[in-house]
Write a protein that binds this ligand. Structure first.
Ligand code: ADP
Length: 265
């Protein structure tokens, strides 16, 4: 470090110079470490479905194809694994687009409650009948400026988790609370819950509380990381609260002006 300072005669204080250099290196190393970890994770996530497919295809070609019972089952496994890889690659492409910073939000003013209802209706039509949706929304329209496609994706990722981790007969509650400067949306389920030490980590790429369970449910481990990026791009925050064994609530905020003049009608 001293050497570096020597080559930068304009540095005024050695101590300051030293702090700057140390800081730069740690930051650089952190980025490099994260990058390596990411590549490792991606490779691993792709290898698992690929090895599974390989062994099932081998079994098929070694005779299982002639077995009326086994053949459809094995083909189904291969199909599921392919679908998982497609989901994973789509999620990765989405993240890569966000990371490259050349993407822009296409924001428009919408009645957020109407928008939310529409997204939830879509799930209501396809979900398992045993899961009950409850909506607790303000009665009046709530105008917010959002990129509807991106916010739909945020909601899709959160709602599909709430459904995935819900028990039969479980209730998923949607709540919107208005504050002076922001809207808070809460999506609560009555599922397995999340241990306290994982509450922040679930928004990291590839972090899962239970790897095997997430895989079995078809997860990619990227849904909440994407949701976080998109919420933050809107100027909001996202976090989780949970009572283990009782359920989870995902909260996110969006900028809002409570005193806004209603000039939309
Ligand atoms: P995945 O594809 O694994 O669902 P996500 O990024 O969507 O990936 O979520 C990360 C992890 O957070 C999940 O694997 C799960 O462990 C945990 N998680 C997310 N939502 C819930 C929920 N509603 N209830 C319990 N655990 C959850």
């Amino acid at each position: 470090f001293q050497g570096q300072l020597f080559h930068h005669p304009k540095e005024t204080g050695k101590v300051n110079g030293l702090i700057v250099v140390l800081h730069d290196i740690t930051e650089q190393e952190k980025i490099e470490m994260e990058r390596r970890e990411f590549v490792y994770n991606v490779s691993h996530e792709l290898r698992t479905p690929l090895t599974t497919m390989k062994s099932y295809l081998e079994a098929l070609s070694e005779g299982a194809l002639q077995d009326e019972n086994l053949a459809p089952k094995f083909l189904k496994v291969a199909q599921n694994e392919t679908e998982r890889m497609i989901r994973l690659v789509n999620d990765l492409l989405q993240l890569s687009k966000i990371d490259s910073k050349d993407y822009r939000l296409d924001k428009e003013w919408v009645d957020y409650i109407r928008f939310l209802n529409r997204v939830i209706d879509r799930f209501e039509m396809t979900k398992d009948e045993s899961i009950v949706f409850v909506r607790r929304f303000p009665k009046q329209p709530v105008y917010a400026e959002v990129d509807a496609d991106k916010m739909t994706q945020v909601l899709d990722n959160i709602i599909s988790n709430a459904i995935k981790y819900s028990p039969d007969g479980g209730q998923v509650t949607f709540k919107v609370v208005l504050f002076q400067n922001y809207i808070e949306t809460r999506i609560s389920d009555q599922g397995v819950g999340i241990p306290k030490e994982s509450l922040e980590k679930i928004f990291e790429r590839f972090y899962r509380v239970d790897k095997a369970r997430s895989r079995q449910l078809g997860g990619t481990g990227l849904g909440l990381a994407i949701a976080k990026e998109l919420v933050e791009a809107h100027g909001g925050k996202i976090w989780a609260t949970s009572a283990e064994g009782k359920g989870t609530t995902i909260h996110f905020t969006l900028p809002y002006d409570r005193d806004q003049k209603d000039d939309f009608s």
